[in-house]
Design a protein around this ligand. Sequence first.
Ligand SMILES: Nc1ncnc2c1ncn2[C@@H]1O[C@H](COP(=O)(O)OP(=O)(O)O)[C@@H](O)[C@H]1O
Ligand SMILES: [Mg+2]
Length: 252
Amino acid sequence: MSLLDIREVTKSFGGVQALRGISFSVARDEIVGIMGANGAGKTTLFALIAGHSRPSNGEIVFDGQRLNGLRPDRVCRAGVARTFQIVRPLRGLTALENVSTAALFGATPAAGRKEAEERAVAILAQVGLSDHAAQMAGTLTLAAQKKLEVAKALATGPRVLLLDEVMAGLTPSEVEVMLDIVRDIKARYGLTVLIIEHVMRALMEISERIIVIHHGEKIAEGKPADIAKDADVQTAYLGKRGPGHRDRGGGP
Ligand SMILES: Nc1ncnc2c1ncn2[C@@H]1O[C@H](COP(=O)(O)OP(=O)(O)O)[C@@H](O)[C@H]1O
Ligand SMILES: [Mg+2]
């Protein structure tokens, strides 16, 4: 049975249709990758799931509960946490304070400051930030700020984690470290993960299934190896017209 259902979701911003009738399901424990060029609608999809924006049409159902219409704090309390593509730490607080603040909210809030801090210490260790616990978040390197985003989301005790380009701008070795972190926390907390990533190799490596969005439409869905071979995906990405290409009218 699926844990998260996206049903015919559409989102318009004035005249811009950012998403057009997107549907897919995510099973418990799955890692699903979301692929698509800049402006495809990926971040908009996460904003809709997390309650930062409302769908113009369609339904988002999490574990039998309709999420659309709920405020972000309600969605978070229901067990869905997201990271932001543009990192959003509380810059004047330390890494530890950022994560313990997050631990006071969400699906399984800590009972008080002490418990929140204990949880934050453990999570900082799991994402490799123990040495930076006392550092002001605003002074962390990009790689460390990306880890802090993951740590903050994790501290809310989610069942579903939405990761928006947590590897963007990182060096290849930093990407490897982040891949290990995502795998580790997924196993440790039994998470279901949706991951948007521009680093294609990383997305192919970590995802069990990939959904491709192009100009707000889902154009492909399948195993990474099949997605790499998909004619529509090649057309959308490389402008290639492989054998078996279906003319979608218009095109990129
Ligand atoms: N708040 C907004 N207001 C108006 N247009 C928006 C807003 N958010 C996103 N868009 C537009 O929706 C489209 C999809 O954006 P986005 O979801 O950020 O793409 P992606 O994350 O795939 O790069 C883009 O054309 C973008 O300009
Ligand atoms: Mg985006």
